[in-house]
Write a protein that binds this ligand. Structure first.
Ligand code: 6GU
Length: 227
């Protein structure tokens, strides 16, 4: 999978993709991430990519020309399956969307800054708008890192059996059950007997019951199946 990201702050995205599972995905060539600095397509020698908004009001808006030029140029190389704009007024990101996006071959992500981007770019180029939650970040970069991580780990071959995504929280609309490792007795707190007895069927049943109870207690909305 190829993920291209247009941003005014590529440095913000370097570290999140350079470690752990995201690094392994790229080392194995299952994932290819390319960062593009929007200033490369700035309209003048001052590297300008934003301007005051028509109608007045605080905050700058990212201009049409640099974004259109950047997207046009990248589109000449590749046909993107989705052109995603990261924005707090986008569709709420969840595991379902992550699963869908993990099946795509080429994705282009635009990170917004300031007051956002000119509406005409949203109307003409953007195929999907994503928010990662009901709070405002100072830019789309950290949100893009979240989305790319969530997608990247679902690409077949990125996780091994040990870390398989199949049993993640949310993958079946249930939160994950509690987990334990050695020692079996920590300061008098004992690991549930059933996990020590070696009956795999019983273990699976116990985990399912725990996951269900945990979800009922913390996120009953997930059980309504309305997402
Ligand atoms: Cl995608 N961008 C920004 N700037 N803030 C956010 C967000 C995105 N999702 C939640 N808050």
């Amino acid at each position: 999978m190829n993920i291209h990201i247009i941003t005014v702050a590529p440095e913000l995205l370097e570290s999140p993709f350079s470690h752990s599972i995201m690094k392994r995905a790229q080392d194995k060539s299952l994932l290819n991430i390319q960062l593009h600095n929007l200033r490369k397509w700035a309209i003048n020698k001052h590297a300008q990519v934003d301007d005051y908004q028509y109608g007045g009001g605080a905050g700058m808006v990212m201009m049409c020309e640099p974004l259109a030029s950047a997207i046009d140029e990248l589109q000449q190389e590749k046909k993107f399956d989705e052109i995603i704009f990261m924005t707090p007024d986008g569709d709420a990101f969840n595991q379902h969307t992550a699963n869908q996006l993990s099946l795509k071959e080429n994705i282009l992500i635009i990170c917004g800054h300031y007051k956002g981007i000119d509406q005409r770019i949203r109307d003409t180029y953007i195929t999907k708008e994503i928010s990662i939650g009901d709070y405002v970040l100072s830019g789309g970069e950290l949100a893009a890192a979240v989305v790319v991580d969530a997608i990247g780990r679902l690409i077949p071959g990125v996780l091994n059996d040990e870390t398989s995504a199949l049993f993640d929280s949310f993958q079946d609309n249930l939160l994950a059950p509690p987990v334990y490792t050695r020692p079996a007795d920590f300061r008098g707190m004992k690991v549930p007997e059933i996990l020590l007895q070696g009956d795999q069927k019983k273990v699976e049943e116990w985990r399912y019951e725990q996951a269900l109870q945990h979800t009922k207690d913390r996120r009953p909305d997930l059980l309504k199946g309305d997402e």
